[in-house]
Design a binder for this molecule. Structure first.
Ligand code: GLP
Length: 241
């Protein structure tokens, strides 16, 4: 795993934008694997700024998202579909037809997971962007998820429900389940870019990058990927020094 150190969140977002833009500019029909969460927000804002300032073209770009809460329609303000439209796609002029995400309202879970697995196999990602859960999760692959997993429905860990409650009116409103891309498909991406910011990620960063590769720390699997870059700010890198 290649590690890039950034001073703070600003610098992390700038470096992440450089990495993403290198792919977008060299591969105009790239498939981008995208993530939600607060960590990529600075990167997304920079991509929008760049699009407005330099006209970087997204007409042939296609996107695939990692995960979606079960039971939230795409119109719900806390759904990841809404998050992506609001924080990235509208700003880049990316049409809904260019994007893919699990359907949180799908009645038949198995059918929805099979649909997404087939889509992922047919659309290899040129780059997969990831955030990191404070318990070492990637997407919603919580500790002990088998490395070979495909798309599945997870019961969120208590710590994840707590972490994500800040984005809801109350902790009770956080959905308890979610669809997530599995670790097998995350690892299929040609390149992986994982971002971690803030002191609450320091322990997970250390275990991911320097600890044993174990299903107890889902992100540790990234040590096995041939082209994975981690960008960390000083606070998140505290235990690496
Ligand atoms: C959520 C998402 C993950 C994300 C993680 C970290 O649980 N499913 O994809 O990486 O939270 O979020 P944040 O960037 O807000 O710390």
């Amino acid at each position: 795993m290649k590690i890039i150190f950034a001073k703070d969140y600003e610098e992390l977002s700038k470096k992440a934008a450089e990495e993403m833009l290198a792919v977008i500019r060299s591969t105009p029909d790239a498939v981008l694997g995208l993530a939600t969460g607060t960590t990529p927000l600075g990167l997304y804002a920079r991509l929008i700024e760049d699009h407005k300032a330099n006209g970087t073209n997204y007409d042939r770009i296609r996107t695939v998202n990692l995960d979606e809460y079960k039971g939230l329609p795409a119109s719900h303000e806390q759904s990841y579909a809404y998050f992506m439209r609001h924080n990235l796609f509208e700003g880049l002029g990316i049409a809904p037809e260019q994007t893919n995400i699990e359907n949180g309202m799908a009645k038949d879970e198995a059918e929805e997971c099979a649909r997404y697995d087939a889509l992922l196999d047919a659309m290899p990602r040129d780059i997969q962007l990831l955030g990191l859960g404070s318990n070492g999760h990637i997407a919603f692959n919580e500790p002990k998820t088998p490395f070979g997993s495909g798309t599945h429905v997870v019961s969120l860990a208590e710590s994840t429900i707590k972490d994500n409650a800040r984005l809801f009116a109350s902790q009770d409103e956080v959905p308890r389940k979610a669809f997530t891309m599995g670790i097998r498909h995350i690892m299929q991406a040609k390149r992986i870019l994982i971002l971690a910011s803030g002191a609450n990620k320091a322990e997970a960063v250390f275990k991911m990058a320097k600890g044993p590769v174990t299903e107890d720390v889902p992100a540790s699997v990234l040590q096995l990927h041939p082209d994975c870059t981690l960008i960390v700010d000083e606070a998140a890198a505290a235990r690496l020094a």
